[in-house]
Design a binder for this molecule. Structure first.
Ligand code: PPS
Length: 295
């Protein structure tokens, strides 16, 4: 099945990619999560503008924001909490999402701006874009590749770093992702939230997101949301811990809620790798207005 899907999407540029990967619009996707057909179908998919959309580059705090928003939207008290988080906030580009999918409170995507449904590209939609220090994104993603059954196992950290810098990873270039979304911010109703701010002051972030979503939270609800958004709680909660999809993850080889800290890159980058990344970062992002803590 996987081979069949990839073969359908094969082009010359796909020939050098691992079997489950394919390129679409120049960006790497992977089977069985994605198909070219799904990505094309999505462009004209109509979404109810009351549905907020979370946009992230992978490993930037997506799941954490899904949990925050889901609890805000259900005011912490309805049956949505019985659903798996990935069903409450499905990824629109993943094949299991279809026009028949119902009951979701919000949508999630890792897609670049150019690939999201056209209907989203206006101020009627509320978009929350979560950013994270790219060095921590690299480390989180490196480990994610080790236990995700659909991703190529990294040869070593150096090799993964090189691929990340070149944009030759799942969902393409981090640099282009964030730059592209940011460049369209004035046409959109978009709130940028930093993972690092969620770490230092989640209470303020929850209040900011609630206000963006026009939701009022009383103190008791806010406290309850904060309690359910700790990494420990999310790791233990079967509705948020991904244990229900062993076909996607080999949890013997790693954990989705790995460390949940900022600055873990310092435990992975050699000095030379850090200098290399900083020079590329300066070249590509030197003029970028958003800054990242602990670079
Ligand atoms: S994915 O696969 O793209 O949806 O991954 P994503 O959810 O974006 O990122 C996973 C990283 O977010 C961390 N995380 C958290 N950190 C702190 N608190 C909470 N509650 C939390 N939930 C998720 C998770 O641990 C991954 O980061 P690393 O650095 O790998 O630990």
């Amino acid at each position: 099945m996987i081979q069949e899907r990839v073969a359908k999407n094969s082009t010359m540029e796909n020939s050098e990619l691992p079997m489950t990967y394919f390129r679409h619009n120049g960006i790497i996707f992977c089977s069985p999560l994605h198909t070219a057909e799904q990505l094309e179908w999505l462009k004209d998919f109509n979404i109810d503008p009351h549905i907020p959309v979370i946009v992230t580059y992978p490993k930037s705090g997506t799941t954490w924001m899904q949990q925050v928003m889901s609890l805000i939207l259900c005011n912490d008290n309805d049956s949505k909490k019985e659903m798996n988080l990935y069903e409450r906030a499905p990824w629109m580009e993943i094949v299991r999402f279809t026009s028949e999918t119902t009951d979701y409170q919000m949508l999630t995507t890792h897609l670049r701006y150019q690939m999201v449904p056209n209907c989203v590209k206006n101020k009627m939609f509320k978009i929350i874009y979560v950013t994270r220090n790219p060095k921590d994104v690299i480390v989180s993603s490196y480990h994610f590749h080790k236990y995700s059954r659909f991703l190529e196992k990294p040869k070593d950290f150096q090799d993964f770093l090189k691929k990340f810098i070149e944009g030759n990873v799942f969902y393409g270039s981090w640099f282009e992702h964030i730059r592209e979304w940011y460049s369209h911010k004035d046409e959109l109703n978009i709130l940028f939230v930093a993972y690092e701010d969620m770490k230092t002051d989640l209470r303020s972030v929850v209040q900011k997101v609630a206000s963006f979503l026009n939701k009022k939270l009383d103190e008791e609800t806010l406290k309850s949301i904060l309690n359910q958004c700790t990494i420990k709680h999310m790791q233990e909660n079967p509705k948020t811990n991904y244990k229900s999809v062993p076909e996607l993850f080999d949890f013997e080889s790693g954990s989705f809620y790995r460390k949940g800290i900022t600055g873990d890159w310092k435990n992975h980058f050699f000095v030379s790798q850090n200098e290399w990344f900083d020079s590329i970062y300066q070249e590509k992002m030197g003029d970028f207005p958003l800054k990242f803590d602990d670079m």
